[in-house]
Design a protein around this ligand. Sequence first.
Ligand SMILES: O=C(O)CCC(=O)C(=O)O
Length: 276
Amino acid sequence: MDGRSLKSLWDERGYVVVSRLFAAARVVELRAICDRVFIEWLVAQPAPSHAANQTNMAYLTEPQYFAQHPSQLTTLLRFIADDHVLDTLAALGVDAPLFHNTQLFFEPRDDTRAGDWHRDQQFGAPDAETEQLRMHQHVGIHAHIALVPDDHLEIVPGTHARWDTAEELAIRKGLNGCRPDADEMPGACRITLDAGDAVFFSAWSIHRGRYVAGRPRRTFDAIYGAPSRFPTWYTPPPTCFLEPGVLNELKPRARAFFARFVDTYRERWLSGQYDI
Ligand SMILES: O=C(O)CCC(=O)C(=O)O
């Protein structure tokens, strides 16, 4: 940090790095949960050796991972709604954050590659107008929390707040002979995290990951939004949040945070209208 407020850095760049968001002992605790869930996810895949070359898994709060480890679910929820996380989101201007989802990024087994440049709102969007509407009507913030040192994420600063230049668009959409995984994205910078550091970045900014086989990566990603009066294009699945008593052991602030999530989506979950 260079002495400027998180909010001014955020407004300018669309990302902020928070060093030592979690102390070493808490990183060990979160990593133990993520490692166990990761292994359980991997062995449950129809083709584990293929899955081992993916770059991330999602929905770490699924109840099946915690049937034998109920207290770990509470611990995981406490991390997602930790005071440091919620305080950072508030400092970025999101006072009533809405939980969205979790992911764990890991190193591919043997398939090193660069990911495609993208904005998260592009997925399933039929045209640029839809992408731009989503950008303006909704908030999407990733909190990447490194559990081992991680320099795999690249972001084009400032793109959270503007549309693509012609060159960016050509790369992102693979037009005019450009490749979406091109090395040469103008202005891109690489984010470097130590274990326990976090980067909060706008899901709407142009970004991508690089995936390096054999170099351990364990980055927990929690995704947050904000309540919006506009209809969402993606309803996250309920995972554990329809289980009775799941929030009982949380402190009031964390419980209120997840209650907002449950209240937002309960009806859609109960009628089976959600994405997976
Ligand atoms: O950190 C990464 O590997 C890329 C993250 C990303 O593209 C995303 O979460 O949308």
